[in-house]
Design a protein around this ligand. Sequence first.
Ligand code: SF4
Ligand code: SF4
Length: 266
Amino acid sequence: MDDLRKRAKELIDTSAVKVVIGYEQGTGNKTRALFVENSEVADKLIFDSRCVQNLAAYVTKQEVKSKGKMAITATLPVMRAIIQLASEFQVNDDNLIVIGITPESKIIDFKNLEEVETYVHQFQIEIDARNREILDKLDKMTPSERWKFWIDELSPCFKCYACRAACPMCYCSRCTVDFNRPQWIPVSSNELGNLEWHFMRAMHLTGRCVDCDACANACPLAIPINLLTKKMIEDAKSDFGGYQPSLKGENLLSTFKPDDKENFIQ
Ligand code: SF4
Ligand code: SF4
């Protein structure tokens, strides 16, 4: 923790960055994002196992970008998100410094995003055992059983969009669900509209989701929407040879190979 505060103070005091994004104590036992713009505030920085919010969700926000060059406290899922965002031209070495945090809570200094990418590529996205078990159960269901599972799970959704706000990859200035002329997806909560919203969201995250679980953690109703994106990650792996965020910008949704198993795109 002292190392993190020291590094944040250095970056601010030397004007290397204008703001350091990290975590602070929130209400109750929760943590929340902290935006350090002067070195006294850096003393509020914390890092522990409760810091699961994906801070990369802030680096595309105009309010944060307008402050100037940023530094971000980044665990592995945050680093993955940063590399994906860099491949989509949302961040680069000129506007972002990454302060890496290892699984052992050690600080890593990266010179540039290329070094972050090299670090990230040492680790594959692995679905944890609990979610693996649910995905296996879903795979074994008949299509109608699976349909019922999702109708039941998604029906309570009241479209607060906290999941969207928590996701580093949902950064469009205007989301399809917010359009009302024409209205593609109903804004009210109903069975069909809820399915449309969540299936659209999962589709838009295919090959981009970094499996950070921030969306599911943000949902006030604990709807397991991350199962949809986990399934897409698995399908991308089995059907298209896997996925790793990459600075080369080879996004799954916008590239194809001549030997893809589906031929509609050729
Ligand atoms: S969809 Fe969920 S798990 Fe995937 S990147 Fe967004 S917040 Fe993380
Ligand atoms: S956070 Fe939960 S309730 Fe809110 S829109 Fe997302 S899934 Fe629905």
